[in-house]
Ligand binder design. Structure first.
Ligand SMILES: [Mg+2]
Length: 288
């Protein structure tokens, strides 16, 4: 410690003598381009705050699952359960990407290469089977499975990527439903588009669905595609669910929250979308 202090003292003296700042920053040799995705990806990939957030959500999910198992009237989708649902076997419905699967290496790749999402490259990524697990997800899914609860994965990954997705998840240790098809992807049936409520209703025909989990409002409600005001109203109407039988995970990288700021119009230029995002915020003006 003494040595380290005396070294830093002499470094300070040297810096002062050379009229340099005491802690000269490491200067980038080349300009580093700005990237709208960078901070969100760094946060999800490196921060203990992200890990703690999702692990506490999975702890909460386990507690809510225990409560749901003790209460046969409990359902996360009262509008989708038929008569006698109390007697059905119990299921959970979870989204995959950024809820149970961590695709941080894909997002990081976009940042590093200065590019943006493309559906064909995403399909290649899915085939690479290199997704990780969100912290807490594998333990939670296995806890549910161990209680005899069927875990359905309702994801907007596309049907052609199903085999790779299942192989990736098996390697990570997720329970895959035994002889029941629990991976319900976009296009798995003709009527299964990106809106998820009909897939949720499909599961609710044969199961008492006790939890919905996702990082996107669309994992819970088809109202996700509305305007900012419509989304706020839909949230208001659903607030009894959140923290009870709907559990939402953080995803500052992408989602319907982003497209809602520019009316879902991805044909707009990047600058136009960025302007609309900035305009969507309420900014404080300092006194002159
Ligand atoms: Mg997701």
């Amino acid at each position: 410690m003494t040595l380290r202090i005396s070294r830093s003292v002499s470094a300070l003296a040297l810096a002062a003598a050379l009229a340099l700042p005491a802690a000269a920053p490491v200067l980038a040799q080349e300009a580093v381009p700005q990237n709208d995705l960078m901070n969100a990806t760094v946060w999800m990939e490196t921060s203990v705050e992200y890990k703690a957030t999702v692990m506490q959500l999975y702890k909460m999910a386990q507690a809510q699952l225990d409560a749901a198992l003790a209460d046969s009237a409990w359902t996360a989708v009262p509008d989708k359960q038929g008569e006698g649902y109390e007697d059905l076997p119990v299921a959970i419905i979870s989204d995959l990407d950024e809820t149970m699967l961590d695709n941080g290496n894909y997002q990081a790749s976009l940042v590093v290469r200065g590019t943006s999402y493309s559906s064909s490259e995403w399909a290649d990524y899915v085939e690479s089977q290199t997704s990780g697990a969100v912290p807490g997800a594998v333990d939670f899914a296995n806890y549910a499975d161990g209680k005899g609860v069927k875990v359905f994965y309702v994801s907007n990954r596309k049907e052609p990527g199903k085999e790779a997705t299942i192989a990736n998840m098996e390697a990570l240790g997720f329970p895959m439903g035994g002889n029941v098809d629990t991976v319900l992807l976009r296009g798995g049936k003709e009527e299964w588009g990106s809106a998820k409520e009909n897939r949720i209703a499909h599961v609710a025909e044969n199961y008492r669905v006790v939890l919905l989990m996702g990082d996107n409002f669309g994992d819970f409600s088809d109202a996700a595609d509305g305007s900012l005001e419509e989304r706020d109203a839909a949230l208001e109407a659903a607030m009894d669910h959140f923290g009870h039988d709907w559990i939402v995970f953080p995803n500052p990288e992408y989602g319907s929250w982003e497209s809602a700021t520019f009316g879902g119009d991805w044909s707009l230029s990047g600058d136009a979308r960025r302007r609309m995002k900035i305009d969507a915020m309420e900014a404080w003006t300092p006194a002159q």
